[in-house]
Design a protein around this ligand. Sequence first.
Ligand SMILES: Cc1ncc(CN)c(N)n1
Length: 225
Amino acid sequence: MDFFDRLKAAAHDDWQSYVDHEFVRGMGDGTLPHEAFKAYLVQDYLFLIHFSRAWALAAYKARTLQDLKAAQDTLSAILNEMNLHLRLCERWGLSAEAVEAEEEHPANVAYTRYVLDCGMSGDLLDLHVALSPCVIGYAEIGKALAPNGVEALADHPYREWIGEYAGEGFQSAATAARATLDRLAQRGVSEERFTELVKIFGMASRLEAAFWQMGLDLGAQAKVA
Ligand SMILES: Cc1ncc(CN)c(N)n1
């Protein structure tokens, strides 16, 4: 069991509330309302800007060249991920400027600033634990939503999104994030410290679940308006 799997097992319910959220199930079976997906994606673009800052902070706090390069690679993967958002938004007639001018939803502020605070007030392991549900969770969700490969999802309304996270690039970013966690944890984690880290991991997972819920709520509001 690697360090990530230990965290996941210790915060099982929080993790499940994230990876098995109604939003995820709706994407999987294609029933997720388009309004919810669109509202989520616009907020997610803003989210990725702040998550990129958090990965840059991980680079700043790195004490070894290996940790510094790992942070740089994931920062690049996240900046690449934003091309998906720009592509989809462009199709909906939304420019990058228009998306960037959108106001951040409180659920977005809560999650991104929580992670940044973990990095500012804690050490590098605190920060990587807070960051881990993001990269590793989306890789897990992408794989789960494409059990027979992305080619099998030919007419699926969310094929492009699923393909991004089930794809090789994102999967290898998640593998690297797991390896970084293992490397940092090998430097020593007492039982007491592990309990603290599980709290961070559980909170980050719940904030991920709240982010999906934000998408559903904004989508429902857009339908009514
Ligand atoms: C909210 C959220 N969490 C995770 C990811 C994957 N980078 C994302 N795009 N958005």
